[in-house]
Design a protein around this ligand. Structure first.
Ligand code: ADP
Length: 288
């Protein structure tokens, strides 16, 4: 993890990597990386225009739902400075192990996971890295990890449309598409439009928009309280000419399960049913 694209010697190392005899400690060359990525069926990024809208929750539960359906799934937490996947999947271990052919992903509940969070001393440690170093880490996470044969690799992007998520999208070869997560408020929708435009400008197919935190079902009377409004995600998707995958209600259970490292997909409540519908819709978009 000491590779830095801003340093000339590391850039040279990167160029020579696929043929170099002293590959140990070097990031994989593009050839090697392409070979590894070629073993993955669908690569899907989960993006959002802003933080806190439930992007990581959707990414983790999407991975879990696909695993439940028998698919082999990997999850790359590409949010280097704010990695939340280890917590959402209840991963306590720290450190990554080097296998015969590269870094070994951690198996969390049957999902192969790589996250910067696994390299931090504690979940409170901060990563104070500049752009080039972060990109070098992502490059290694893609090319130097023994992902093996996978049906899906879900990439949880950092929030927003700054150069960081943009550069990460460019690093993932042959992306199948992007899922955009938003909440119903105008301010979130405004930013989600930007995320859709980012995907479009990078020629990444937008698989669809998910409206999260769309109404709260009152546990007492069953009435739906539209705390942040609802329907904005669908309207925005329509306006931008991209598919709408579905909406997910606010559910205290989702937050509580996430805090305890558990997923809610596959459950028997209204939120799980809505999520099943979203996953079916996504698979339909992929002709599965
Ligand atoms: P992001 O990745 O967009 O920053 P997270 O997935 O980390 O957002 O979610 C932020 C918080 O909101 C987490 O505590 C998560 O459990 C909670 N959360 C996400 N979606 C819902 C939902 N539909 N209902 C209730 N809580 C939710």
């Amino acid at each position: 993890m000491n590779y830095d694209t801003s340093r000339k010697e590391d850039r040279e190392c990167d160029r020579k990597c696929s043929t170099c005899a002293e590959r140990e400690g070097c990031p994989a060359g593009e050839e090697e990386s392409a070979k590894r990525m070629g073993k993955i069926g669908y690569k899907i990024i989960v993006a959002s225009g802003k933080g806190g809208v439930g992007k990581s929750t959707v990414a983790v539960n999407l991975a879990a739902a696909l695993r439940d359906q028998g698919f082999r799934v990997g999850l790359l937490d590409a949010d280097i400075t704010g990695p939340s996947v280890p917590m959402l999947l209840g991963i306590d271990e720290r450190g990554l192990v080097e296998g015969r052919d590269g870094i070994l992903p951690v198996d969390a509940q049957g999902i192969k996971v790589i996250s910067m969070g696994l390299l931090l001393k504690s979940s409170d440690s901060a990563v104070i890295w500049r752009g080039p170093l972060k990109m070098a880490a992502i490059k290694q996470f893609l090319g130097d990890v023994e992902w093996g044969e996978l049906d899906f690799l879900i990439v949880d992007l950092p929030p927003g449309t700054s150069d960081e998520p943009l550069s990460i999208v460019q690093l993932v070869p042959e992306l199948s598409g992007a899922v955009i997560v938003t909440t119903p408020q105008d301010v979130a929708l405004l930013d989600s439009r930007k995320a859709i435009n980012m995907a479009k400008s990078l020629k990444v197919p937008v698989l669809g928009v998910i409206e999260n935190m769309s109404g709260l079902v009152c546990p007492g009377c069953g009435e739906v309280l539209e705390i942040f409004g609802s329907g904005g995600g669908e309207r925005a998707a329509k306006e931008m000419g991209v598919p709408f995958l579905g909406s997910l209600p606010i559910d205290p259970n989702i937050a509580s399960l996430g805090d305890h490292g558990e997923t809610f997909s596959g459950g028997r409540d209204a939120a799980s049913d809505s999520f099943d519908h979203i996953v079916d819709e996504l698979k339909r978009r992929l002709s599965l």
